[in-house]
Ligand binder design. Structure first.
Ligand code: NAI
Length: 630
């Protein structure tokens, strides 16, 4: 930082996220029914002052009189405000500490509140320009120093001028009085700070908008000491992704655009040029052409389980990390499977259909409990194993078969072959993955091995069962009932009709691929995927990525992180370290992970003094991508 630059921050709604007097009101009136009325009035008076429609002295006098505050309230208030410092201020704590000599806080508020908060960021009490309260003998606040120029109109201008600062004076604030410092010649630059509030009257006047402090420091070329401004990271969310994902990205400070449908290849190619983070559901196809058009894309969040819609190999070749949510809907599938087992084994649907037609059949014939029955689970992965535990808790005897060696949970028993499992199970349920070799895993032969009167469930993938064989066995009575949630040819949307040979067969439950589709699952997916993507952007962690080598990283503090993605060839790590040692860098930590095709090296260094470093890293042969976090 040049000695001639001075930063002056407004306090309320800028350094902190809120107006301190609003929070003081909440502290005082937290248990009172009139609290909300007082707060509304305080906010109205604050805004009138901020927008220049009421004199500051008048606005303050009225607010102090309304509040009826005392010294004890201030202690509580300060505790509250410590948790309400603006996010980008917290992120740039190092900037404040390093440049404390040149940073001031100016406020129409009060030193008793401001100093304890900003001192934690290295700001000196003498650099806090604010008013002071007047107290009576009992510690009640009865007014403020009316002689202080800060309670006069244009007080901030006078106060800054009295400092006789030289060089650039950069004012950062959200209110009209902050803008006045530029207008009145006290500041040379004014940034309208909109991270917490946006006031039209201020934005209109400002020549510079700052959605965060990152943006200001970036604009002023403090690139080597601050993080890349998050508002410059653009996120495109397609296909009606859950609103919580949108909020999470917005809260992070990114610029987010949402489109409720999926886009065609052409449409996406047009839109994706400046996008850094793409969020999709199951319908948007990510082809090499789309990836070629995506000049800034770092990561794709798939807000569902399946990942076939994304060309993972091409993403890897470009160093784009892809994340999905493989476990968010496990429980939802398990619950539906359990419910369906009970419905089928009790003949509930048949009885319900009969009753709809006026037939009262209350006999117990063919209606049995699941307790004590043998449940055969094929595929003991996330879903199969969770089903095992809950089914056992309901009194079932659980057997499973998996092609991988899986540890049996509870008292479940492992079968050594599919034949063994089919021969003993009263209920067979499929939870295998979609690999090609599972096509028609359950075919005519498999049905022959099953018990007479077996119940069959498929909530995995449509091609696993030969439906022709299933229909035959349902009609013959060999299979007593079936629940099918997935089909070989599923309609793409609601407009397309569904037709299947299973329709209109008794004791067959058909559901439109909803096993994992619950509000809870969608919510969990929104949080899980958004957080993975943000973690990748913020720290470089690829833990949970479906295509890049997975590295789970510790938080990095007081360091710069270099992320280098490359083709998996020998010698890259040595090459990176040679460059760092030539430039005399001190390596604080280093992590390397490779898969068959790619390598990912993360290196934390204590400072970043050579601008040539980026160029050298980029020129290492077989580099796919590199990124530096400041
Ligand atoms: P997972 O990958 O955790 O488990 C699959 C298991 O099946 C693995 O342990 C694997 O070794 C085993 N397996 C694969 N082929 C096999 C075979 N021929 N015989 C025996 N075991 C075999 O998968 P997860 O998360 O448990 O999902 C299971 C299935 O459920 C997947 O097909 C998934 O696509 C589907 N699914 C369906 C949903 C729905 O809405 N209906 C929602 C979520 C998942």
């Amino acid at each position: 930082m040049s000695d001639k630059e001075t930063f002056i921050f407004d306090f309320d709604s800028t350094f902190i996220q809120v107006e301190a007097l609003d929070i003081l009101c909440e502290v005082i009136y937290k248990n009172s029914s009139v609290g909300i009325q007082v707060l509304n009035e305080i906010q109205r008076l604050t805004n009138l002052g901020m927008e220049g429609k009421l004199s500051l002295k008048e606005s303050l006098t009225k607010r102090i009189a309304l509040l009826q505050a005392n010294r004890d309230h201030l202690g509580e208030l300060i505790e509250e405000l410590r948790h309400k410092v603006s996010e980008s201020v917290i992120r740039n704590r190092v900037f404040f500490k390093q440049n404390a000599e040149n940073i001031y806080i100016i406020s129409n508020g009060f030193k008793e509140i401001i100093i304890p908060i900003v001192q934690e960021y290295g700001i000196k009490p003498s650099h806090v320009l604010a008013n002071t309260f007047r107290f009576d003998h009992d510690g009640k606040i009865i007014g403020f120093d009316e002689k202080d120029e800060l309670c006069e109109n244009k007080g901030k201008v006078l106060k800054i001028k009295s400092l006789n600062l030289e060089g650039e004076v950069i004012m950062i604030g959200d209110g009209y009085t902050d803008y006045e410092t530029l207008q009145g010649g006290a500041a040379t630059k004014f940034y309208a700070f909109t991270e917490n509030v946006s006031r039209a009257v201020v934005i209109e006047k400002a020549d510079r908008l700052a959605p965060s402090l990152d943006e200001i420091l970036f604009d002023l070329s403090y690139k080597a000491s601050v993080s890349y401004p998050k508002n410059r990271i653009s996120v495109l969310l397609l296909e009606n992704i859950h609103a919580d994902a949108l909020s999470i990205f917005k809260h992070e400070g990114y610029s987010v655009e949402i489109v409720n449908e999926s886009l065609s290849e052409d449409e996406l190619c047009n839109k994706i040029k400046d996008v850094s983070i793409l969020g999709i559901h199951s319908k948007t196809q990510i082809s090499p052409r789309v990836l070629d058009a995506a000049l800034k894309l770092h990561t794709i969040g798939i807000f569902s389980i399946g990942k076939n819609q994304v060309n993972l190999e091409e993403c890897s070749k470009r160093g784009i990390a892809v994340f999905n949510a493989p476990y968010s809907n496990t429980r939802s599938v398990v619950e539906l499977a359990l419910g369906e087992m009970i419905m089928l084994i009790r003949n509930t649907f048949e009885k319900s259909t009969q009753l709809h037609n006026g037939i009262w059949d209350s006999s117990s014939e063919k209606s049995v409990e699941i307790r004590g029955k043998k449940l055969g689970i094929i595929g003991y992965g996330s879903i199969g194993s969770q089903l095992s535990v809950i089914a056992e808790a309901l009194g079932m005897m659980v057997y499973f078969y998996d092609i991988s060696d899986k540890l049996a949970l509870g008292n479940a028993k492992k079968c050594s072959s599919l034949e063994e499992l089919l021969a003993l199970s009263d209920i067979v349920t499929l939870h295998v993955d979609e690999r090609d070799s599972n096509n028609h895993l359950i075919d005519t032969d498999a049905f022959k091995q099953m018990k007479e009167g077996v119940v069959l469930l498929n909530l995995s993938r449509g091609h696993i069962i030969n439906l022709e064989a299933l229909v035959k066995n349902l009609k013959s009575g060999k299979v007593k009932g079936a629940a099918i949630d997935v089909f070989p040819n599923e309609p793409i949307g609601e407009k397309e009709n569904f037709s299947s040979e299973l329709q209109r067969l008794p004791n067959v439950i058909l559901t439109p691929h909803i096993g994992g589709n619950t509000e809870e699952a969608q919510l969990d997916i929104a949080h899980f995927v958004a957080k993975k993507v943000i973690q990748y952007i913020n720290t470089g962690s690829t833990f949970g990525s479906v295509n890049l080598p997975e590295i789970q990283l510790p938080e990095f503090q007081s360091a710069h992180r270099i992320m280098h993605i490359h083709e998996n060839v020998k010698g890259i790590l040595a090459h990176i370290n040679t460059i760092l040692s030539e430039f005399d860098y001190n390596i604080i930590g280093q992590y390397l992970k490779t898969n068959e095709n790619m390598g990912y090296v993360i290196t934390d260094i204590d400072n970043l003094h050579n601008t040539d470093l980026e160029k050298q890293l980029k020129e290492i042969p077989k580099t796919i991508r590199y990124r530096i976090l400041y």
